[in-house]
Write a protein that binds this ligand. Sequence first.
Ligand SMILES: C[S@@+](CC[C@H](N)C(=O)[O-])C[C@H]1O[C@@H](n2cnc3c(N)ncnc32)[C@H](O)[C@@H]1O
Length: 257
Amino acid sequence: MANESNTTAPTLSLASILTLVDDVNGWMSPDQAAVLHRAAIDCPSSGTIVEIGSFQGRSTIVLALSAADDTHIVAIDPHAGNDRGPQELDGFADQAADDHAVFLANLSKAGVSDRIRYVRAFSDEALCEVTTPIDLLYIDGAHRYGPAQRDIRQWGDRVVDGGTLLIHDSFSSVGVTAAIARHLTLGRRFRYVGRARSLAIFRADLATSPSARLKNAVHVVAQVPWFVRNLGLKVLLTCGLVTVLSRRGRAVPEWPY
Ligand SMILES: C[S@@+](CC[C@H](N)C(=O)[O-])C[C@H]1O[C@@H](n2cnc3c(N)ncnc32)[C@H](O)[C@@H]1O
């Protein structure tokens, strides 16, 4: 299925889509949007895209506007106020209702409400909601090790041969990176293709030979220096680098994502 070409791809350009999501909150840079856009276009006819972690709809809208009309798109998010974004792991119950409402409003404004099947649930409780094999899986939900590794394992198992797995906050978040180290470094299925900042691209076409697996591990491990740089930057930003640089009128580096 993953190799059939898509004949009903939509006509909206990436630039137009980026304009449409410009005012939608979220952590998806334009180069990461380009990866989602390409992956959604490449999704085979009548294929299935699953997104774990939609927040207010930024990436959901990119996927919906990029995929062909016959692609099934499932967006899973509990909108429960946990793991909203960087440094927002717990205690955001008050924002949960808003995130949910804003998500629905943003989809409606972009004209894609009918294109998405929204499952308001934690990803491990939503497994029974998707019964078809998955052509494109985008993981951007809970970033702690436990849920991140469960998403890769439980949902990743459902990706078709030749299908695509995209993981946000790879080599940036400790939990996500540990989950990748555990399951995708010496794993038997997914090949590391590359990344747009922290959005890592894996394809389910890894040859099972020891040399192919070793080569894949080398490519994944080669991202470690970038991971160390991101961790260092996060520590500095948390320790007040922002204040110091702002006082000196210097540019403040972005939180890495
Ligand atoms: C970083 S945000 C996603 C950002 C979104 N992809 C975008 O482009 O703006 C993480 C989202 O994951 C959701 N989330 C947290 N735990 C989850 C879980 N176990 N399963 C699915 N989603 C989860 C949160 O509610 C939050 O909306």
